[in-house]
Write a protein that binds this ligand. Structure first.
Ligand code: ADP
Ligand code: SF4
Length: 691
């Protein structure tokens, strides 16, 4: 789109000896595939290049067995045998004239070395950050020389693999050069400790030696933390963070600027808006002539332009926006802004890495499936038949299913019982901090409006009989689920007896505006976001709220989405009382009876009401009624009826979207016992090597 206000985003940028074709820069991001699923990783990066990102980087790449952060699946260049896997990614990125970057990393005392069993190395002796009973040893001069040699060797391997940008990584507290930089971690008294200049010595050496090794043809960017968010005790952007950039200003070929640890860099939308780091980052361009990139969950092209025009950034960094929409640059270029699948900031992508599984995304159901299922975020095979499909229910599962079937060219009817589309992604975004989650609905409604072959029927509650009479070839039930009232989840596997039912609420009640009064207990045995969000909402309404959970912390699973500490802090700051390690065992006569999760010892607390945030029941009555009709269904011309999303099994919004998408792609496929995706099986080592 020439002559557009977004043209500035498509200007080339020189990075050392290489040129990026535009300003879109996919910064390194983990993906749970790494060295264990290299083709999956390569295909995922390839689709970003195809979508217009000028620079596409790998995740962190361990340079040596002493940088082993297993079971996290990151990239590896331990030796030459690791080159072909990474070459596959570099080659795939080059297919679209994009530059391939690799983030070499040595993890210092953040590496537990669980597989390699090497002793972790660090500037000083520290316990590792996890609870593993492991400590690093302080590196001596020989260790430092070794590390520099390993890094240069890995850089040469990366060049051999075909990478154009070869990083030195000193950010997120995760790597050895960063640990040397921070006075929190570096208590050395030699020339690598003490003054900032001394603490920066290792970083300087690594930059210089990486340039010596590969700098003739490859750019050497540095990923740096300019503010550890601990005040003067660490690097800060009005203190040592700034001094450091001034000191090394033009040494690297590009500054990739970060703030705080990963949970801050990838701030969930519940705790940070777009461009949240600007105040910390904006000084960097004033003190260097080299290009500057940073992230900020940028999905708005206007924000991107503003960052460039105001001299905050030269390149628009993105991890999550490139995951949610690998085609973000091309869509901006083509003026297709309404087609952008905007990241919602839920961090389900990060949770995949943290649970050691291939990346997934709430907004983009094809993410991580590019190679193993051959799914593409923008392309979907044309229909195979004239089948007419009825989708019942317009939550995330039904919406995604209808959109994807519609894009395939099927004639689709989407019937929704209520007068609004969205199901849970209509209701939940109204809860505190979750407004960005409404983008799941917004994107799909925008797509539906472009599809003339999808008819929408509102206010259409479908019974099994009505479905039978509706004359469709295929029926998909996406009827969702409701929160249970009886306490059943993990702590209670059978209903809790003797509850004062009039005063029991569920998240569905709260979202429907049925609000408890007086002191209220939120019993959270779900452990994802809902318990914390409901407690926050009720507290905001002025209630005296006690969150009771059998877990040691609130919203425990959100440790995987990088949210847990912020959730607990927010609840405490707002005055929610947190009672951990306790189960709710009874509620009557304005008293909630609790039991210690370890001893079973009982106590009571005063409560007018209890909100059960436990588990959900699928809405499967229509499905079951159809199933009970036997041949009548076939006689009515229905070839198949299926459940998707929460009506099949309650889960995340990401799982509902995936389920709807999968149905749309696979419903014609014959049933099969084959593994439904490609996988890479480890190559056997030489058997002769055994004793
Ligand atoms: P999911 O997460 O699986 O998409 P949701 O609970 O978000 O599920 O959405 C389910 C949607 O289905 C809701 O909008 C609900 O109103 C609708 N629905 C439920 N039962 C019926 C029905 N029998 N006919 C039409 N729509 C239904
Ligand atoms: Fe964004 Fe959520 Fe997708 Fe991650 S999973 S890219 S945070 S929408």
């Amino acid at each position: 789109m020439n002559g557009s206000r977004y043209d500035i985003l498509f200007e080339p940028v020189q990075i050392g000896p290489v040129t990026a074709k535009n300003r879109f820069y996919q910064v390194p991001h983990c993906n749970g595939m790494g060295h264990r699923a290299p083709s999956g990783m390569a295909a995922m990066r390839r689709v970003k290049a195809e979508g217009g990102w000028a620079v596409v980087c790998t995740e962190v790449c361990e340079i040596h067995p002493s940088a082993d952060i297993s079971p996290h699946n990151e990239a590896r260049l331990w030796d030459d045998r690791d080159i072909p896997a990474l070459a596959r990614a570099a080659d795939a990125i080059h297919e679209f004239d994009s530059l391939a970057g690799v983030e070499l990393g040595h993890h210092g005392f953040r590496a537990q070395n669980r597989i390699s069993r090497e002793i972790p190395l660090g500037p000083s002796s520290h316990t590792v950050v996890s609870y593993d009973p492991v400590q690093s040893r302080a590196m001596d001069k020989e260790d430092i020389r070794n590390l520099r040699r390993w890094h240069a060797a890995a850089a040469r391997r990366a060049k051999q693999a075909g990478f154009d940008l070869i990083y030195v990584y000193a950010a997120h507290g995760l790597t050895t050069p960063m640990q040397f930089l921070s006075r929190r971690y570096n208590q050395r008294t030699d020339e690598y400790g003490g003054s900032l200049e001394n603490r920066a010595r290792l970083l300087r050496e690594l930059i210089e030696e990486t340039k010596d090794a590969v700098g003739d043809t490859c750019a050497v960017p540095v990923r740096i933390c300019v503010d550890e968010l601990v005040g003067p005790a660490g690097l800060c952007s009005d203190g040592e963070g700034r001094d450091l950039i001034e000191m090394l200003a033009d040494l690297p070929d590009l500054w990739d600027v970060t703030v705080g640890d990963w949970s801050n860099d990838s701030r969930p939308s519940r705790f940070g808006e777009e461009a949240v780091h600007e105040d910390y980052v904006s000084f960097v361009k004033q003190v260097t002539s080299k290009p500057v990139v940073s992230v900020g969950r940028f999905t708005s092209p206007d924000t991107m332009v503003s960052q460039v025009r105001r001299g905050v950034l030269d390149m628009v960094g993105a991890a999550r926006p490139s995951i949610a929409d690998p085609y973000l640059p091309n869509k901006i270029k083509e003026g297709r802004l309404d087609d952008i699948r905007e990241c919602i900031g839920c961090n389900i992508c990060a949770a995949a890495d943290n649970t050691y599984t291939p990346i997934r995304c709430t907004q983009n159901p094809t993410m991580g499936e590019e190679w193993r299922r051959n799914w593409h975020p923008e392309l979907i095979p044309a229909r195979e038949s004239q089948d007419r499909v009825l989708v019942v229910g317009a939550g995330p599962a039904g919406l995604e299913c209808a959109v994807s079937l519609g894009k395939r060219g099927y004639e689709v009817a989407l019937a929704e019982a209520t007068t609004e589309l969205g199901g849970r992604v209509l209701r939940e975004p109204l809860l505190p901090g979750l407004s960005a989650w409404g983008r799941v609905r917004d994107y799909r409604l925008g797509q539906l409006h472009q599809l003339a072959n999808v008819e929408i029927y509102m206010d259409s509650h479908m019974s099994a009989d009505e479905i039978l009479g509706a004359e469709f070839d295929r029926v998909v039930l996406a009827t969702g689920s409701s929160w249970r009232r009886d306490g059943v989840a993990r702590y209670h596997r059978t209903p809790l007896a003797g509850l004062d039912e009039k005063a029991i609420y569920t998240p569905d009640d709260i979202m429907a505006g049925r609000i408890p009064t007086g002191p209220t207990v939120v019993f959270d045995d779900d452990h994802y976001y809902m318990g914390g969000v409901i407690a926050e909402k009720l507290r905001d309404l002025g209630l005296d709220v006690t969150l009771v959970t059998p877990a040691p912390v609130v919203s425990g699973w959100t440790a995987n989405t990088l949210e847990q500490p912020r959730i607990q802090k927010r609840l405490l700051d707002k005055g929610v009382t947190i009672v951990a390690n306790q189960g709710l065992v009874g509620f009557s006569d304005q008293a909630a009876k609790l039991a210690c999760a370890f001893t079973g010892r009982e106590t009571t607390i005063e409560a007018n009401s209890v909100v059960m945030v436990t588990s959900r029941t699928s809405h499967d009555s229509v499905y079951n009624a159809l199933a009970a009709m036997g041949d009548q269904v076939r006689d009515a011309g229905i070839k198949s009826f299926s459940r998707i999303g929460d009506s099949l099994a309650p889960g995340t919004i990401a799982a509902a979207v995936f389920s709807g998408h999968r149905y749309a792609r696979e419903f014609e496929k014959p049933e099969s016992d084959e593994v439904p995706f490609l996988r890479e099986v480890s190559e056997l080592g030489p058997w002769s090597a055994r004793n």
